[in-house]
Design a protein. Structure first.
Length: 184
């Protein structure tokens, strides 16, 4: 498992020891950043269901100022911490232990910022709950126009108030790109 682009391209990261944590493939990660662009200078990233933290680390490598990693698995949290250290991103990465089946994290001090890029990589076959997607749509923590990228099995359907920009299929993986509307 290694970073595919940016300042630390080629950096090897710690891989999960169990099969419950499913890192995004190189092909899918490269596709995401080819679509959204390689330069993320100044971006603030929210990596939900972060697993290994690979998507957020890719964003930091491409210039993002901040990445907040949210997961509730003990092994995932340990991997993210280890990978932040391996990349030298302890200062620009924050870890939040939270079970996203309860919705977005509440009352976490490092979440007082707003985010302009969100990665969602929930359990593969089920996708995110409709409630979580609605919460993202209404969240004041997301900038108007924030980009939300959902990685799921290609059979997963989602319905919510976010604007779907495009969908791409890579083997059994579907990438859905959404935009948070500007309702002001």
């Amino acid at each position: 498992m290694k970073i595919t682009g940016g300042q630390i391209k080629g950096r090897r990261l710690a891989a999960p020891k169990n099969l419950e944590i499913r890192p995004s493939s190189n092909k899918v990660r490269e596709a995401i950043f080819n679509i959204i662009g390689q330069n993320l200078s100044g971006s603030r990233v929210l990596d939900l269901f972060s697993g290994t933290g690979l998507l957020g680390m890719e964003a930091l490598s491409r210039g993002a100022d901040l990445a907040v990693f949210v997961d509730h698995g003990t092994q995932s949290l340990a991997l993210i911490k280890k990978n932040l250290a391996l990349c030298g991103y302890e200062q620009s990465g924050r870890i939040c232990k939270w079970n996203l089946t309860k919705g977005l994290p509440k009352n976490r001090p490092f979440l007082d910022t707003t985010f302009d890029l969100v990665f969602l990589d929930p359990p593969y076959k089920s996708g995110p709950s409709a409630g979580l997607m609605e919460e993202l749509s209404a969240s004041e923590r997301l900038e108007p126009g924030a980009l939300i990228i959902l990685e799921s099995a290609k059979t997963v359907e989602t319905r919510h108030a976010l604007s779907l920009l495009e969908t791409r299929i890579y083997g059994d993986t579907k990438l859905s790109f959404f935009k948070k509307g500007d309702y002001s």
